[in-house]
Design a protein around this ligand. Structure first.
Ligand SMILES: *[C@@H]1O[C@H](CO)[C@@H](O)[C@H](O)[C@H]1NC(C)=O
Ligand SMILES: *[C@@H]1O[C@H](CO)[C@@H](O)[C@H](O)[C@H]1NC(C)=O
Ligand SMILES: *[C@@H]1O[C@H](CO)[C@@H](O)[C@H](O)[C@H]1NC(C)=O
Ligand SMILES: *[C@@H]1O[C@H](CO)[C@@H](O)[C@H](O)[C@H]1NC(C)=O
Length: 533
Protein backbone atom coordinates (compact mmCIF):
# COMPACT_ATOMS: atom_id res chain seq x y z
CA UNK A 1 0.00 0.00 0.00
CA UNK A 2 2.72 2.38 1.07
CA UNK A 3 4.70 1.41 -1.95
CA UNK A 4 1.73 2.14 -4.16
CA UNK A 5 1.16 5.52 -2.52
CA UNK A 6 4.77 6.44 -2.92
CA UNK A 7 4.74 5.39 -6.55
CA UNK A 8 1.71 7.51 -7.28
CA UNK A 9 3.30 10.44 -5.43
CA UNK A 10 6.34 9.89 -7.58
CA UNK A 11 4.14 9.94 -10.65
CA UNK A 12 2.56 13.17 -9.51
CA UNK A 13 5.95 14.66 -8.75
CA UNK A 14 7.15 13.64 -12.17
CA UNK A 15 4.10 15.22 -13.75
CA UNK A 16 4.55 18.47 -11.83
CA UNK A 17 8.21 18.42 -12.68
CA UNK A 18 7.44 17.90 -16.34
CA UNK A 19 4.87 20.65 -16.42
CA UNK A 20 7.31 22.98 -14.66
CA UNK A 21 10.06 21.99 -17.07
CA UNK A 22 8.07 22.45 -20.21
CA UNK A 23 6.48 25.56 -18.73
CA UNK A 24 3.26 27.17 -19.80
CA UNK A 25 2.59 26.24 -23.42
CA UNK A 26 -0.60 28.17 -23.47
CA UNK A 27 -1.22 31.76 -23.99
CA UNK A 28 1.86 33.41 -25.30
CA UNK A 29 1.69 36.89 -26.73
CA UNK A 30 2.91 37.15 -30.31
CA UNK A 31 3.61 40.25 -32.36
CA UNK A 32 3.69 39.94 -36.16
CA UNK A 33 5.63 42.22 -38.48
CA UNK A 34 3.66 42.68 -41.72
CA UNK A 35 4.58 41.47 -45.17
CA UNK A 36 2.76 41.42 -48.51
CA UNK A 37 1.45 39.06 -51.16
CA UNK A 38 1.69 35.31 -50.93
CA UNK A 39 4.16 35.78 -48.06
CA UNK A 40 1.33 37.13 -46.00
CA UNK A 41 -1.02 34.24 -46.87
CA UNK A 42 1.56 31.90 -45.35
CA UNK A 43 2.09 33.90 -42.18
CA UNK A 44 -1.69 34.06 -41.82
CA UNK A 45 -1.90 30.27 -41.58
CA UNK A 46 0.60 30.28 -38.73
CA UNK A 47 -1.32 33.08 -37.00
CA UNK A 48 -4.60 31.13 -37.19
CA UNK A 49 -2.98 28.05 -35.68
CA UNK A 50 -1.39 30.10 -32.89
CA UNK A 51 -4.78 31.59 -32.06
CA UNK A 52 -6.41 28.15 -32.18
CA UNK A 53 -3.92 27.05 -29.55
CA UNK A 54 -4.85 29.92 -27.25
CA UNK A 55 -2.08 32.40 -27.97
CA UNK A 56 -2.90 35.99 -28.57
CA UNK A 57 -1.61 37.56 -31.77
CA UNK A 58 -1.19 41.20 -32.68
CA UNK A 59 -0.37 42.26 -36.24
CA UNK A 60 1.45 45.51 -36.92
CA UNK A 61 0.07 46.85 -40.17
CA UNK A 62 0.61 50.00 -42.21
CA UNK A 63 -2.39 51.95 -43.47
CA UNK A 64 -1.14 51.30 -47.04
CA UNK A 65 -1.05 47.50 -46.78
CA UNK A 66 -2.41 45.69 -49.84
CA UNK A 67 -3.08 42.28 -48.36
CA UNK A 68 -3.72 42.80 -44.66
CA UNK A 69 -7.20 44.01 -43.85
CA UNK A 70 -7.51 45.04 -40.23
CA UNK A 71 -10.97 43.87 -39.20
CA UNK A 72 -12.42 44.48 -35.78
CA UNK A 73 -14.12 41.06 -35.69
CA UNK A 74 -10.90 39.15 -36.52
CA UNK A 75 -9.39 36.85 -33.92
CA UNK A 76 -6.06 38.68 -34.10
CA UNK A 77 -5.59 42.27 -32.98
CA UNK A 78 -4.20 44.96 -35.26
CA UNK A 79 -1.95 47.90 -34.50
CA UNK A 80 -2.23 50.23 -37.47
CA UNK A 81 0.55 52.72 -38.15
CA UNK A 82 0.54 55.45 -40.80
CA UNK A 83 3.03 55.55 -43.63
CA UNK A 84 3.49 58.56 -45.89
CA UNK A 85 2.80 56.67 -49.12
CA UNK A 86 -0.28 55.28 -50.85
CA UNK A 87 -1.37 51.75 -51.70
CA UNK A 88 -0.76 52.33 -55.40
CA UNK A 89 2.90 53.12 -54.69
CA UNK A 90 3.36 49.48 -53.66
CA UNK A 91 1.07 48.25 -56.44
CA UNK A 92 3.04 50.12 -59.09
CA UNK A 93 6.31 48.82 -57.74
CA UNK A 94 5.06 45.22 -57.84
CA UNK A 95 3.82 45.79 -61.40
CA UNK A 96 7.22 47.17 -62.39
CA UNK A 97 8.98 44.15 -60.93
CA UNK A 98 6.65 41.75 -62.76
CA UNK A 99 7.10 43.70 -66.00
CA UNK A 100 10.89 43.64 -65.63
CA UNK A 101 10.82 39.87 -65.44
CA UNK A 102 8.32 39.40 -68.25
CA UNK A 103 10.11 41.73 -70.65
CA UNK A 104 13.72 40.91 -69.76
CA UNK A 105 13.91 37.32 -68.69
CA UNK A 106 17.59 37.02 -67.76
CA UNK A 107 19.72 35.11 -70.26
CA UNK A 108 23.49 34.76 -70.28
CA UNK A 109 23.76 37.99 -72.24
CA UNK A 110 21.20 40.09 -70.39
CA UNK A 111 22.13 38.81 -66.94
CA UNK A 112 23.95 41.90 -65.89
CA UNK A 113 21.40 44.36 -67.27
CA UNK A 114 18.61 42.45 -65.57
CA UNK A 115 20.24 42.45 -62.16
CA UNK A 116 21.10 46.13 -62.47
CA UNK A 117 17.42 46.93 -63.10
CA UNK A 118 16.31 44.58 -60.35
CA UNK A 119 18.79 46.27 -58.02
CA UNK A 120 17.16 49.64 -58.81
CA UNK A 121 13.66 48.33 -58.11
CA UNK A 122 14.71 46.67 -54.88
CA UNK A 123 16.24 49.98 -53.89
CA UNK A 124 12.80 51.58 -54.31
CA UNK A 125 11.30 48.77 -52.25
CA UNK A 126 13.84 49.43 -49.53
CA UNK A 127 12.98 53.11 -49.49
CA UNK A 128 9.34 52.24 -48.81
CA UNK A 129 10.48 49.67 -46.27
CA UNK A 130 12.57 52.34 -44.50
CA UNK A 131 9.54 54.63 -44.29
CA UNK A 132 7.64 51.75 -42.67
CA UNK A 133 10.43 51.29 -40.12
CA UNK A 134 10.46 54.99 -39.36
CA UNK A 135 6.70 55.05 -38.97
CA UNK A 136 6.97 52.47 -36.17
CA UNK A 137 10.33 53.11 -34.55
CA UNK A 138 10.04 56.90 -34.33
CA UNK A 139 6.46 56.72 -33.08
CA UNK A 140 7.21 56.99 -29.35
CA UNK A 141 3.59 56.47 -28.37
CA UNK A 142 3.26 53.27 -30.40
CA UNK A 143 6.60 51.91 -29.19
CA UNK A 144 5.69 52.60 -25.56
CA UNK A 145 2.37 50.86 -26.09
CA UNK A 146 4.08 47.85 -27.70
CA UNK A 147 6.65 47.73 -24.92
CA UNK A 148 3.86 47.74 -22.35
CA UNK A 149 2.02 44.89 -24.06
CA UNK A 150 4.57 42.31 -22.94
CA UNK A 151 5.16 40.32 -26.12
CA UNK A 152 6.92 36.97 -25.91
CA UNK A 153 7.93 36.73 -29.56
CA UNK A 154 7.96 38.58 -32.84
CA UNK A 155 7.30 36.77 -36.13
CA UNK A 156 8.64 38.32 -39.32
CA UNK A 157 9.30 37.63 -42.99
CA UNK A 158 12.72 39.17 -43.72
CA UNK A 159 11.64 40.25 -47.21
CA UNK A 160 10.14 43.19 -45.31
CA UNK A 161 13.03 44.33 -43.15
CA UNK A 162 12.90 45.91 -39.71
CA UNK A 163 10.84 43.31 -37.81
CA UNK A 164 14.16 42.23 -36.31
CA UNK A 165 14.96 45.79 -35.28
CA UNK A 166 11.56 46.28 -33.64
CA UNK A 167 12.07 42.97 -31.79
CA UNK A 168 15.45 44.13 -30.49
CA UNK A 169 14.02 47.48 -29.37
CA UNK A 170 11.27 45.62 -27.50
CA UNK A 171 13.78 43.06 -26.14
CA UNK A 172 11.71 40.19 -27.58
CA UNK A 173 13.13 37.10 -29.36
CA UNK A 174 12.18 36.85 -33.02
CA UNK A 175 11.54 34.07 -35.53
CA UNK A 176 11.79 34.38 -39.30
CA UNK A 177 9.43 32.77 -41.79
CA UNK A 178 10.64 32.94 -45.38
CA UNK A 179 10.79 31.26 -48.76
CA UNK A 180 14.21 32.61 -49.68
CA UNK A 181 16.19 35.78 -50.09
CA UNK A 182 17.86 36.32 -53.48
CA UNK A 183 20.79 33.86 -53.79
CA UNK A 184 19.95 33.10 -50.13
CA UNK A 185 22.14 36.11 -49.38
CA UNK A 186 20.46 36.68 -46.03
CA UNK A 187 20.37 33.01 -45.03
CA UNK A 188 24.01 32.45 -45.97
CA UNK A 189 25.60 35.63 -44.72
CA UNK A 190 23.36 36.45 -41.77
CA UNK A 191 21.95 33.03 -40.85
CA UNK A 192 25.24 31.24 -41.64
CA UNK A 193 23.59 28.36 -43.50
CA UNK A 194 26.19 26.61 -45.69
CA UNK A 195 25.47 26.52 -49.44
CA UNK A 196 28.19 24.66 -51.37
CA UNK A 197 27.85 26.10 -54.89
CA UNK A 198 28.86 22.78 -56.44
CA UNK A 199 25.45 21.26 -55.74
CA UNK A 200 23.27 23.95 -54.11
CA UNK A 201 21.73 25.97 -56.93
CA UNK A 202 21.54 29.73 -56.36
CA UNK A 203 18.06 31.21 -56.17
CA UNK A 204 16.84 32.68 -59.49
CA UNK A 205 19.42 30.59 -61.39
CA UNK A 206 16.85 27.95 -62.53
CA UNK A 207 19.50 25.30 -61.96
CA UNK A 208 19.10 21.93 -60.24
CA UNK A 209 21.44 20.06 -57.90
CA UNK A 210 23.00 18.17 -60.85
CA UNK A 211 25.10 20.75 -62.65
CA UNK A 212 27.46 20.44 -65.58
CA UNK A 213 30.75 22.32 -65.55
CA UNK A 214 29.26 25.34 -67.34
CA UNK A 215 26.22 25.31 -65.06
CA UNK A 216 28.49 25.38 -62.04
CA UNK A 217 30.17 28.44 -63.53
CA UNK A 218 26.73 30.01 -63.93
CA UNK A 219 25.88 29.05 -60.36
CA UNK A 220 28.97 30.62 -58.79
CA UNK A 221 28.55 33.75 -60.90
CA UNK A 222 24.86 33.91 -59.84
CA UNK A 223 25.76 33.73 -56.16
CA UNK A 224 28.33 36.48 -56.39
CA UNK A 225 26.35 38.70 -58.73
CA UNK A 226 23.26 38.52 -56.54
CA UNK A 227 25.32 39.07 -53.41
CA UNK A 228 26.77 42.15 -55.05
CA UNK A 229 23.41 43.50 -56.24
CA UNK A 230 21.38 42.75 -53.13
CA UNK A 231 24.05 43.73 -50.62
CA UNK A 232 24.61 47.08 -52.29
CA UNK A 233 21.91 48.68 -50.15
CA UNK A 234 23.01 47.03 -46.92
CA UNK A 235 25.40 49.90 -46.16
CA UNK A 236 22.51 52.35 -45.76
CA UNK A 237 20.69 49.90 -43.53
CA UNK A 238 23.83 49.41 -41.42
CA UNK A 239 23.86 53.15 -40.72
CA UNK A 240 20.12 53.10 -39.96
CA UNK A 241 20.32 50.08 -37.66
CA UNK A 242 23.32 51.55 -35.82
CA UNK A 243 21.45 54.83 -35.34
CA UNK A 244 18.31 53.14 -34.00
CA UNK A 245 20.19 50.76 -31.68
CA UNK A 246 22.64 53.44 -30.56
CA UNK A 247 25.73 51.31 -31.15
CA UNK A 248 27.72 50.30 -34.19
CA UNK A 249 26.04 47.27 -35.73
CA UNK A 250 25.03 45.94 -39.13
CA UNK A 251 21.82 44.82 -40.76
CA UNK A 252 23.24 41.34 -41.14
CA UNK A 253 24.37 41.03 -37.53
CA UNK A 254 20.87 42.02 -36.39
CA UNK A 255 19.12 39.62 -38.79
CA UNK A 256 21.50 36.88 -37.66
CA UNK A 257 19.93 37.10 -34.21
CA UNK A 258 16.81 35.28 -35.43
CA UNK A 259 16.21 32.34 -33.09
CA UNK A 260 14.63 30.08 -35.71
CA UNK A 261 14.41 30.30 -39.50
CA UNK A 262 11.22 28.68 -40.77
CA UNK A 263 11.92 28.01 -44.46
CA UNK A 264 8.80 27.47 -46.56
CA UNK A 265 10.09 24.46 -48.53
CA UNK A 266 10.68 20.80 -47.74
CA UNK A 267 12.57 17.85 -49.22
CA UNK A 268 9.67 16.94 -51.52
CA UNK A 269 10.40 20.14 -53.43
CA UNK A 270 13.87 21.21 -52.30
CA UNK A 271 17.07 19.50 -53.39
CA UNK A 272 18.96 17.92 -50.47
CA UNK A 273 21.43 20.44 -49.03
CA UNK A 274 23.24 21.13 -45.76
CA UNK A 275 21.39 23.14 -43.12
CA UNK A 276 21.70 24.20 -39.49
CA UNK A 277 19.73 23.08 -36.44
CA UNK A 278 17.95 26.44 -36.19
CA UNK A 279 16.65 26.11 -39.77
CA UNK A 280 13.36 24.24 -40.01
CA UNK A 281 11.87 23.36 -43.40
CA UNK A 282 8.11 23.73 -43.18
CA UNK A 283 7.00 23.93 -46.82
CA UNK A 284 3.30 23.37 -47.41
CA UNK A 285 2.22 24.40 -43.92
CA UNK A 286 -0.85 26.10 -45.38
CA UNK A 287 -2.10 22.98 -47.19
CA UNK A 288 -5.24 21.26 -45.99
CA UNK A 289 -7.55 18.47 -47.09
CA UNK A 290 -10.01 19.78 -49.67
CA UNK A 291 -13.33 21.16 -48.44
CA UNK A 292 -16.50 20.86 -50.54
CA UNK A 293 -16.76 23.34 -53.39
CA UNK A 294 -19.51 25.95 -53.69
CA UNK A 295 -22.59 24.32 -55.26
CA UNK A 296 -22.42 26.03 -58.66
CA UNK A 297 -18.73 25.21 -58.99
CA UNK A 298 -19.23 21.59 -57.97
CA UNK A 299 -21.93 21.21 -60.64
CA UNK A 300 -19.61 22.61 -63.28
CA UNK A 301 -16.80 20.27 -62.17
CA UNK A 302 -19.14 17.26 -62.19
CA UNK A 303 -20.34 18.16 -65.72
CA UNK A 304 -16.82 17.39 -67.00
CA UNK A 305 -17.49 13.65 -66.86
CA UNK A 306 -14.55 11.28 -67.37
CA UNK A 307 -12.23 13.98 -68.77
CA UNK A 308 -12.10 15.87 -65.50
CA UNK A 309 -11.08 19.48 -64.99
CA UNK A 310 -8.03 21.69 -65.34
CA UNK A 311 -7.41 24.46 -62.81
CA UNK A 312 -5.70 27.62 -64.03
CA UNK A 313 -4.35 30.53 -62.00
CA UNK A 314 -1.59 33.05 -62.50
CA UNK A 315 -1.65 34.10 -58.87
CA UNK A 316 -2.68 37.08 -56.83
CA UNK A 317 -0.11 39.52 -58.24
CA UNK A 318 -0.99 39.42 -61.95
CA UNK A 319 -4.22 41.35 -62.30
CA UNK A 320 -4.78 41.42 -66.06
CA UNK A 321 -3.24 40.36 -69.33
CA UNK A 322 -3.14 41.99 -72.76
CA UNK A 323 -6.12 41.13 -75.02
CA UNK A 324 -3.79 39.21 -77.29
CA UNK A 325 -2.39 37.07 -74.50
CA UNK A 326 -5.71 36.33 -72.89
CA UNK A 327 -7.10 35.21 -76.28
CA UNK A 328 -4.11 32.95 -76.93
CA UNK A 329 -4.79 31.32 -73.59
CA UNK A 330 -8.57 31.17 -74.02
CA UNK A 331 -8.26 29.59 -77.47
CA UNK A 332 -5.94 26.92 -76.08
CA UNK A 333 -8.23 26.17 -73.17
CA UNK A 334 -11.22 25.87 -75.52
CA UNK A 335 -9.44 23.02 -77.35
CA UNK A 336 -9.10 20.87 -74.26
CA UNK A 337 -11.54 18.02 -73.67
CA UNK A 338 -11.50 18.95 -69.97
CA UNK A 339 -13.57 21.66 -68.29
CA UNK A 340 -11.38 24.57 -67.17
CA UNK A 341 -11.70 26.82 -64.12
CA UNK A 342 -9.65 29.95 -64.72
CA UNK A 343 -8.96 32.49 -62.03
CA UNK A 344 -8.93 35.70 -64.03
CA UNK A 345 -10.06 39.17 -63.06
CA UNK A 346 -9.46 40.98 -66.36
CA UNK A 347 -11.73 41.51 -69.38
CA UNK A 348 -13.36 38.31 -70.67
CA UNK A 349 -11.48 37.20 -73.82
CA UNK A 350 -13.62 36.74 -76.99
CA UNK A 351 -12.09 33.32 -77.68
CA UNK A 352 -13.31 31.94 -74.35
CA UNK A 353 -14.65 28.43 -74.99
CA UNK A 354 -17.84 26.96 -73.56
CA UNK A 355 -15.73 24.55 -71.49
CA UNK A 356 -14.00 27.42 -69.65
CA UNK A 357 -15.28 29.56 -66.82
CA UNK A 358 -13.43 32.53 -65.35
CA UNK A 359 -13.62 33.45 -61.69
CA UNK A 360 -12.34 36.46 -59.74
CA UNK A 361 -11.22 34.05 -57.08
CA UNK A 362 -11.16 30.26 -56.79
CA UNK A 363 -10.86 27.99 -53.74
CA UNK A 364 -7.60 26.72 -55.20
CA UNK A 365 -6.72 24.18 -52.51
CA UNK A 366 -10.21 22.66 -52.57
CA UNK A 367 -10.16 22.47 -56.36
CA UNK A 368 -6.73 20.84 -56.48
CA UNK A 369 -7.94 18.32 -53.92
CA UNK A 370 -10.99 17.45 -56.02
CA UNK A 371 -10.91 13.89 -57.39
CA UNK A 372 -11.79 15.12 -60.91
CA UNK A 373 -8.87 17.55 -61.15
CA UNK A 374 -6.31 16.38 -63.74
CA UNK A 375 -3.82 19.22 -64.04
CA UNK A 376 -2.93 22.65 -62.67
CA UNK A 377 -1.74 25.47 -64.94
CA UNK A 378 0.16 27.80 -62.64
CA UNK A 379 2.57 30.73 -62.53
CA UNK A 380 4.54 28.63 -60.06
CA UNK A 381 4.21 30.51 -56.79
CA UNK A 382 5.38 28.42 -53.84
CA UNK A 383 1.93 28.29 -52.25
CA UNK A 384 0.23 26.91 -55.36
CA UNK A 385 3.05 24.45 -56.00
CA UNK A 386 2.70 23.11 -52.49
CA UNK A 387 -1.04 22.70 -52.86
CA UNK A 388 -0.35 20.67 -56.04
CA UNK A 389 2.27 18.57 -54.22
CA UNK A 390 -0.09 18.02 -51.32
CA UNK A 391 -2.84 16.73 -53.60
CA UNK A 392 -0.52 15.05 -56.16
CA UNK A 393 -1.51 17.10 -59.22
CA UNK A 394 0.86 17.47 -62.23
CA UNK A 395 1.70 21.00 -63.34
CA UNK A 396 1.99 23.14 -66.42
CA UNK A 397 4.19 26.01 -65.26
CA UNK A 398 4.07 29.48 -66.84
CA UNK A 399 6.52 31.24 -64.53
CA UNK A 400 6.43 35.02 -64.48
CA UNK A 401 8.71 36.50 -61.84
CA UNK A 402 10.71 36.11 -58.63
CA UNK A 403 11.19 32.50 -57.48
CA UNK A 404 8.61 31.15 -59.96
CA UNK A 405 11.12 30.06 -62.62
CA UNK A 406 13.11 28.30 -59.93
CA UNK A 407 10.05 26.61 -58.52
CA UNK A 408 9.05 25.25 -61.90
CA UNK A 409 12.66 24.17 -62.56
CA UNK A 410 12.46 22.14 -59.32
CA UNK A 411 9.17 20.52 -60.29
CA UNK A 412 10.45 19.79 -63.78
CA UNK A 413 13.55 18.13 -62.36
CA UNK A 414 11.25 15.97 -60.23
CA UNK A 415 9.27 15.02 -63.33
CA UNK A 416 5.98 16.55 -62.25
CA UNK A 417 5.81 19.62 -64.51
CA UNK A 418 6.11 20.96 -68.04
CA UNK A 419 7.27 24.55 -68.46
CA UNK A 420 6.06 27.18 -70.92
CA UNK A 421 7.48 30.61 -71.64
CA UNK A 422 4.87 33.27 -71.01
CA UNK A 423 6.39 35.66 -73.56
CA UNK A 424 6.57 33.31 -76.56
CA UNK A 425 3.79 30.87 -75.69
CA UNK A 426 1.45 29.98 -78.60
CA UNK A 427 -1.98 28.41 -78.44
CA UNK A 428 -0.65 24.99 -79.56
CA UNK A 429 2.11 25.09 -76.94
CA UNK A 430 -0.40 25.38 -74.14
CA UNK A 431 -2.68 22.69 -75.61
CA UNK A 432 0.29 20.32 -76.04
CA UNK A 433 1.61 20.99 -72.55
CA UNK A 434 -1.72 20.28 -70.87
CA UNK A 435 -2.26 17.15 -72.98
CA UNK A 436 1.25 15.94 -72.15
CA UNK A 437 0.92 16.17 -68.37
CA UNK A 438 -2.50 14.51 -68.56
CA UNK A 439 -1.86 11.81 -71.22
CA UNK A 440 1.67 10.84 -70.17
CA UNK A 441 1.15 9.09 -66.84
CA UNK A 442 4.73 9.71 -65.66
CA UNK A 443 3.79 13.25 -64.59
CA UNK A 444 0.89 12.10 -62.46
CA UNK A 445 2.99 9.28 -60.97
CA UNK A 446 5.77 11.70 -60.02
CA UNK A 447 3.27 14.16 -58.56
CA UNK A 448 1.78 11.35 -56.46
CA UNK A 449 5.27 10.26 -55.35
CA UNK A 450 6.02 13.80 -54.11
CA UNK A 451 2.63 13.88 -52.43
CA UNK A 452 3.39 10.65 -50.56
CA UNK A 453 6.74 12.03 -49.39
CA UNK A 454 5.03 15.21 -48.28
CA UNK A 455 2.41 13.39 -46.24
CA UNK A 456 4.86 10.93 -44.68
CA UNK A 457 6.33 13.19 -41.99
CA UNK A 458 6.37 12.57 -38.23
CA UNK A 459 4.78 15.98 -37.58
CA UNK A 460 2.94 18.17 -40.06
CA UNK A 461 4.79 21.28 -41.28
CA UNK A 462 2.33 23.58 -39.54
CA UNK A 463 2.72 21.75 -36.22
CA UNK A 464 6.49 21.92 -36.58
CA UNK A 465 6.41 25.65 -37.31
CA UNK A 466 4.16 26.31 -34.33
CA UNK A 467 6.20 23.97 -32.13
CA UNK A 468 9.34 26.05 -32.72
CA UNK A 469 7.49 29.30 -32.15
CA UNK A 470 6.18 27.95 -28.84
CA UNK A 471 9.63 26.58 -28.04
CA UNK A 472 11.15 30.03 -28.42
CA UNK A 473 8.44 31.49 -26.19
CA UNK A 474 8.97 28.82 -23.50
CA UNK A 475 12.74 29.15 -23.46
CA UNK A 476 12.99 32.83 -24.37
CA UNK A 477 15.04 31.90 -27.41
CA UNK A 478 16.79 28.90 -28.94
CA UNK A 479 20.39 29.86 -28.27
CA UNK A 480 21.49 26.23 -27.97
CA UNK A 481 20.86 25.84 -31.73
CA UNK A 482 22.91 28.86 -32.67
CA UNK A 483 26.16 27.97 -34.47
CA UNK A 484 29.35 29.62 -33.23
CA UNK A 485 29.89 30.76 -36.83
CA UNK A 486 28.13 33.97 -35.77
CA UNK A 487 31.18 34.92 -33.67
CA UNK A 488 33.72 34.45 -36.46
CA UNK A 489 34.98 36.87 -39.06
CA UNK A 490 34.80 35.70 -42.68
CA UNK A 491 38.47 34.73 -42.78
CA UNK A 492 38.17 32.82 -39.50
CA UNK A 493 35.04 31.06 -40.82
CA UNK A 494 36.97 29.77 -43.85
CA UNK A 495 40.07 29.21 -41.65
CA UNK A 496 42.03 31.48 -43.96
CA UNK A 497 44.08 32.76 -41.01
CA UNK A 498 45.02 29.19 -40.07
CA UNK A 499 45.79 28.33 -43.68
CA UNK A 500 47.90 31.46 -44.01
CA UNK A 501 49.78 30.54 -40.82
CA UNK A 502 50.35 26.94 -41.92
CA UNK A 503 51.38 28.08 -45.35
CA UNK A 504 53.85 30.56 -43.86
CA UNK A 505 55.28 27.83 -41.58
CA UNK A 506 55.63 25.50 -44.53
CA UNK A 507 57.22 28.25 -46.62
CA UNK A 508 59.71 29.06 -43.85
CA UNK A 509 60.56 25.37 -43.43
CA UNK A 510 61.11 24.97 -47.16
CA UNK A 511 63.17 28.15 -47.23
CA UNK A 512 65.39 26.92 -44.37
CA UNK A 513 65.71 23.50 -45.97
CA UNK A 514 66.73 24.98 -49.31
CA UNK A 515 69.22 27.32 -47.63
CA UNK A 516 70.73 24.41 -45.68
CA UNK A 517 71.01 22.31 -48.82
CA UNK A 518 72.65 25.12 -50.73
CA UNK A 519 75.04 25.74 -47.83
CA UNK A 520 75.97 22.04 -47.61
CA UNK A 521 76.36 21.72 -51.37
CA UNK A 522 78.59 24.75 -51.55
CA UNK A 523 80.70 23.52 -48.61
CA UNK A 524 81.08 20.08 -50.15
CA UNK A 525 81.94 21.71 -53.43
CA UNK A 526 84.61 23.80 -51.76
CA UNK A 527 86.10 20.74 -49.99
CA UNK A 528 86.14 18.78 -53.25
CA UNK A 529 87.77 21.74 -54.99
CA UNK A 530 90.41 22.00 -52.28
CA UNK A 531 91.09 18.22 -52.53
CA UNK A 532 91.59 18.54 -56.28
CA UNK A 533 94.02 21.35 -55.76
C1 LIG B 1 -1.77 56.82 -44.15
O1 LIG B 1 -1.72 57.87 -43.22
C2 LIG B 1 -0.89 58.97 -43.61
C3 LIG B 1 -0.84 59.97 -42.46
O2 LIG B 1 -2.07 60.15 -41.87
C4 LIG B 1 -1.44 59.60 -44.87
O3 LIG B 1 -0.60 60.65 -45.29
C5 LIG B 1 -1.49 58.52 -45.94
O4 LIG B 1 -2.08 59.04 -47.10
C6 LIG B 1 -2.29 57.33 -45.46
N1 LIG B 1 -2.20 56.30 -46.46
C7 LIG B 1 -3.27 55.64 -46.88
C8 LIG B 1 -3.05 54.63 -47.93
O5 LIG B 1 -4.37 55.80 -46.41
C1 LIG C 1 -4.29 46.28 -66.72
O1 LIG C 1 -5.41 47.08 -66.47
C2 LIG C 1 -5.14 48.44 -66.32
C3 LIG C 1 -6.43 49.16 -66.01
O2 LIG C 1 -7.38 48.32 -65.51
C4 LIG C 1 -4.50 48.98 -67.59
O3 LIG C 1 -4.16 50.34 -67.42
C5 LIG C 1 -3.25 48.19 -67.91
O4 LIG C 1 -2.72 48.60 -69.14
C6 LIG C 1 -3.59 46.73 -67.99
N1 LIG C 1 -2.39 45.96 -68.18
C7 LIG C 1 -2.25 45.11 -69.17
C8 LIG C 1 -0.95 44.36 -69.22
O5 LIG C 1 -3.12 44.90 -69.97
C1 LIG D 1 -4.08 13.31 -75.28
O1 LIG D 1 -5.43 13.13 -74.95
C2 LIG D 1 -6.33 13.95 -75.64
C3 LIG D 1 -7.66 13.64 -75.14
O2 LIG D 1 -7.67 13.51 -73.78
C4 LIG D 1 -6.22 13.72 -77.14
O3 LIG D 1 -7.07 14.60 -77.81
C5 LIG D 1 -4.80 13.91 -77.57
O4 LIG D 1 -4.65 13.57 -78.94
C6 LIG D 1 -3.87 13.07 -76.75
N1 LIG D 1 -2.51 13.38 -77.12
C7 LIG D 1 -1.59 12.45 -77.24
C8 LIG D 1 -0.24 12.93 -77.65
O5 LIG D 1 -1.80 11.28 -77.03
C1 LIG E 1 6.42 10.63 -70.81
O1 LIG E 1 7.27 11.69 -70.36
C2 LIG E 1 8.56 11.27 -69.97
C3 LIG E 1 9.27 12.46 -69.38
O2 LIG E 1 9.25 13.55 -70.26
C4 LIG E 1 9.28 10.67 -71.18
O3 LIG E 1 10.56 10.23 -70.80
C5 LIG E 1 8.45 9.52 -71.73
O4 LIG E 1 9.06 9.03 -72.90
C6 LIG E 1 7.04 9.95 -72.03
N1 LIG E 1 6.22 8.81 -72.39
C7 LIG E 1 5.48 8.77 -73.47
C8 LIG E 1 4.69 7.54 -73.68
O5 LIG E 1 5.44 9.71 -74.24
Amino acid sequence: MAAKASSSTKCLQLLVFQVALVGPVCCGNVLVWPTEGSHWLNVQTVIRELIRRGHSVTVLVSNASLFIQPKAEAAERFEVFNVPFQKDTIENLIEEIVALWLNNRPTTLTFWQFYKELGKLSKSWHQLNRQMCDAVLTNQELMAHLRGSGYDLLLSDPVTLCGDLVALKLAVPFVYSLRFSPASTVERHCGKIPAPPSYTPAALSELTDRMSFSERIKNIVSYHLQDYVFQSYWGEWDVYYSKILGRPTTLCETMGKAEIWLIRTYWDFEFPRPFLPNFEFVGGLHCQPAKPLPKEMEEFVQSSGEHGVVVFSLGSMVYNLTDEKSNVIARALSQLPQKVLWRYKGKKPEALGSNTRTYDWIPQNDLLGHPLTKAFITHGGTNGIYEAIYHGIPLVGIPMFADQHDNIAHMRAKGAAVELDFGTMKTEDLVDAVNTVINNSSYKENALRLSKIHHDQPITPLDRAVFWIEFVMRHKGAKHLRPAAHHLTWYQYHCLDVLAFLFTCAAIAVFILVKCCLFCCRKRGRIAKRKKE
